[in-house]
Design a protein around this ligand. Structure first.
Ligand SMILES: CC(C)(COP(=O)(O)OP(=O)(O)OC[C@H]1O[C@@H](n2cnc3c(N)ncnc32)[C@H](O)[C@@H]1OP(=O)(O)O)[C@@H](O)C(=O)NCCC(=O)NCCS
Length: 185
């Protein structure tokens, strides 16, 4: 399988039709009105501990949210698709899932849910849908998760979703070491 292409052979933009719906969730673009919800987990030291994010004040969260507003499509290699996870029953944004576009057939994944949404299978529901989208819509066959050493919750989560350790993909950057886990379709 190769990356989906237009008839002129240029890779097509990753622009999913939103929202994507699962049993309990909507995956959708971010909106400025999500600020209150985002401030909850962007400002949570425990949730952000292993993320490449600082703990954010409300103002910093607003700045981060501004960038996310347009990231519901990924045009070029290296671009992140960033989707809000909305809980259908409450309308609250409880987290986000991300898919970074790599070379054709490849992507990197990211996921986070706020603390009081953990342990309910909600993150799993979102990630299953994102992997389906990547494979079916974008022709992705290999997805990497980069996990900071010590983030055992994320390792267990990745393994439950079929990711396997890929030591060759590790980043040894002393400033930002990460362990690679790989999913293949
Ligand atoms: C990693 C992370 C997304 C995992 O979230 P999670 O809620 O534990 O994951 P799941 O959605 O798979 O939920 C599984 C848990 O819900 C329970 N559960 C309850 N109802 C469930 C249901 N209907 N379906 C599936 N699981 C259910 C499972 O038993 C499991 O509990 P356990 O961990 O005690 O065994 C979350 O810990 C997180 O956001 N961490 C902070 C951000 C982060 O570090 N991200 C990763 C960066 S690489």
């Amino acid at each position: 399988v190769t990356d989906a292409v237009d008839s002129d052979d240029r890779p097509r933009e990753w622009a999913p039709e939103l929202p994507l719906r699962t049993q309990r969730l909507l995956l959708r673009e971010h909106r400025m009105t999500d600020l209150d919800d985002l401030a909850v987990f962007h400002g949570d030291e425990r949730t952000t501990r292993y993320l490449p994010w600082p703990v954010r004040s409300r103002d910093d969260t607003r700045t981060a949210l501004l960038k996310k507003l347009s990231q519901h499509r990924a045009q070029a290699e290296g671009d992140w698709l960033v989707l809000a996870i909305e809980e259908a029953s409450s309308g609250r944004v409880i987290g986000e899932v991300d898919l970074r576009r790599g070379r054709p057939g490849h992507a990197e994944i990211g996921y986070v849910v706020r603390r009081d949404a953990e342990g309910k299978g909600l993150a799993s529901e979102a990630v299953r849908e994102l992997l389906r989208l990547a494979a079916e819509e974008f022709g992705v066959t290999t997805v990497v998760a980069r996990i900071v050493p010590g983030n055992e919750a994320s390792v267990r989560f990745a393994e439950r979703h079929g990711f396997v350790r890929d030591a060759e993909g590790d980043s040894l950057d002393p400033e930002n070491p990460t362990l690679a886990y790989r999913w293949t379709r």
